[in-house]
Structure formats: C-alpha cells, structure tokens
Design a protein around this ligand. Structure first.
Ligand code: TXA
Ligand code: MG
Length: 311
C-alpha cells in the first residue's frame, strides 16, 4: 500500500529510538512494539499529532485512544487516581492493563484523545522499547493498535506494514509481541466500583475486587464487529468443510495451530499471526477450533467472536 509517507523501519538500538523520538517530537507517527500488540504512537499533548493517528487508521473520531505513560507520576498528571485505582496500578503496572479513570481538568492532552468523554484511558506498558521511548520523549504517547481501523491487530512489524505502509512515518521492529492480545481494560468509577470493559492478558476473575462486565458500550472496541479478517468465519469447529482455512488448537490440528500443546498463553501470542495467515490465504473462508473459556482464553474468544461478526 502506498501513501504520502516513506515509512522507515527502525531498529530497537539507541539510534533507532533516537530517530523515533525525533519523529514523535515533530508530531509524526511511529508504530512501536508493546507486550500486547504494536501501537501507533503520537505525542498525546498535540492536536495535530493525534489527528494524524485517526487519519492514518481511518478511525472514527468517536473512538478514544489509550495514553501510554512511563511512570505513575506521569499518569497522575492525566487522570484522577482514587485509592482503588492506585492499588490496582501498584499491583499490575507496568503491564497489559489499561485503567479508565476520571479525566483531570488541567491535563495536557489533545482533546481528540478522549473523544469528548470525561474519562481518560491510561496504561503503563512493560515493553522496554515503548517505555524507553516515552522516557526519552518526556511526554505521554497516545497509541491505538497499529492497524487500519476494523482490521486484524498487529503483533509484528510486518503486520503493521501490511495495512499502514506509506501512511505512517516509521515502525520500530521489535520482533513478535509476547502477550499477543490487547490489554485488559478496567474502569474505576468515582464511587470505587469497577467494570471490565475489555478482557485481556490480565484476568480479573477471582483476583481482588471482581469486576462486573460493563453494560453500556463504552469502549468501541466492544463493538460486535472488530478485528475482521475480511472473510466469513466459523468458530468452535472440530471438522472443517472444503475451502476453509483451519486454525487449530491442541489436539485439533489445522493449517495453522494456535498452540499444539494446548497452551492458552501461546495461543494468545499467536492469535493475530494465525488470523493474518488466514486472511492472506487463497481459501475463501476461515474455521477455528474450540478454545477453552478460562484465563486469557476469554480474551481470545472475545476477539474471535468479534472477528467472526460481519461488519
Ligand atoms: O494493548 C493495548 O491496549 C494496545 C497497545 C498499543 O497498548 N492498544 C489498544 O488500543 O488496543 P485500541 O485503540 O486498539 O483499543 C483501545 C480501546 C478502544 O476500544 C477504545 O474505545 C477504548 O480503549 N477506550 C479508550 N479510551 C477510553 C475511555 N476513556 N473510556 C472507555 N474506553 C476507552
Ligand atoms: Mg484496536
């Protein structure tokens, strides 16, 4: 895909990060590895930079962005941390958890980041590359997943370039992402109650306060159709029919296996790579083996359900 940019591929060494920091400071777009998926980063304090994220992704303006920070002090400048929020952050940050918190009035954030909501979504990632980049930059980074809106999320630099080559300034190639599904999103309400807005690598059942699933559609990632491979998809399949690209799991073999060992963490890490292969295959349809609905299996099934729902 071509566009108005020549997209540079950068390494994770000092010179690659310095170049990325320079692009970001000037208001440009850099796709960056995190422990979940690659993010499409821009400085979160600049209207023009944040506007470029929406334009490059073709993202609807009502869908707000997660702000990535490198320290709790940086996070506290952006949102109101109740004691409950402080406790959850202390337990899980840095890591694949996003907190939706009441916005702070004087926070230096471009208004498009929160898309008009009175809350702000914040995450302190664990991946050393994005952490180093935020520290070098000195400002927080707004970063949605680095894919065209509605398409499969990227867990490699190649996936990023598949839909954003020529539309962004650079991608930092940090290899494959470890967790492979997007962060768990938890909203901490002013009254101290908690809602889980998106299941992810951190499973909240049985850990501390048990969150109830939010009822309203508040995170547009909860929309029925998302992560779409652009082909019809059947789930919980044991036996394929003709013309289907089969994504297997455990003893159920396929054209591509999420995990031959039946390991859910490995399956999460490989989910989007298998979906990308299925999307690129000549076969016109996709089938997926059953995935146990426990732990990160819940996040995998959440993404598969949305990928299987026609837009
Ligand atoms: O793991 C991740 O979270 C990755 C990496 C790059 O950090 N990011 C990611 O971003 O998945 P994105 O934009 O693909 O998904 C962010 C989700 C969207 O569903 C958005 O609607 C929701 O977060 N969100 C953002 N701000 C929100 C807010 N203030 N209230 C509720 N939901 C919000
Ligand atoms: Mg996304």
């Amino acid at each position: 895909m071509s566009g108005k940019y020549v997209t540079e591929t950068l390494g994770t060494g000092e010179s690659g990060l310095a170049r990325a920091a320079e692009i970001l400071a000037a208001g440009g777009l850099v796709a960056v590895p995190t422990e979940t998926v690659y993010g499409l980063a821009a400085r979160a304090d600049d209207d023009g930079a944040v506007g470029r994220i929406y334009a490059a992704k073709g993202r609807p303006s009502y869908n707000p962005l997660i702000v990535h920070v490198s320290s709790i002090e940086m996070a506290r400048q952006l949102a109101e941390f109740s004691p409950t929020a402080e406790g959850i952050a202390a337990e899980h940050w840095p890591g694949p958890l996003t907190l939706v918190l009441p916005a702070k009035n004087n926070a230096k954030l471009a208004s498009a980041v929160t898309a008009g909501l009175d809350t702000t979504a914040i995450r302190m990632p664990a991946h050393p590359v994005i952490r180093a980049l935020i520290e070098m930059s000195g400002f927080p980074l707004a970063a949605p997943s680095a894919n065209r809106s509605g398409f499969i999320s990227p867990t490699s630099a190649t996936h990023v370039l598949a839909t954003l080559n020529g539309r962004i300034d650079a991608v930092i190639d940090g290899g494959a992402c470890k967790s492979g599904v997007e962060s768990t999103i938890i909203a901490v309400r002013p009254d101290g109650t908690i809602d889980q807005l998106r299941p992810g690598p951190i499973s909240f059942d049985g850990i501390g306060p048990v969150p109830t699933m939010g009822h309203k559609i508040e995170a547009p990632g909860q929309l029925a159709s998302h992560y779409a491979p652009g082909k019809p998809m059947r789930l919980d399949v044991i036996r394929v029919v003709e013309d289907e690209f089969f994504i297997g799991f455990g003893e159920v073999e396929g054209d591509c296996s999420l995990s031959i060992e039946g390991d859910l963490e490995e399956a999460a890490a490989r989910l989007y790579a298998c979906l990308h292969l299925a999307a690129e295959s000549d076969l016109p349809r996709i089938a997926v083996a059953p995935i146990p609905h426990i732990g990160v299996g819940q996040a995998i099934n959440d993404r598969l359900r949305r990928a299987a729902t026609p837009a």
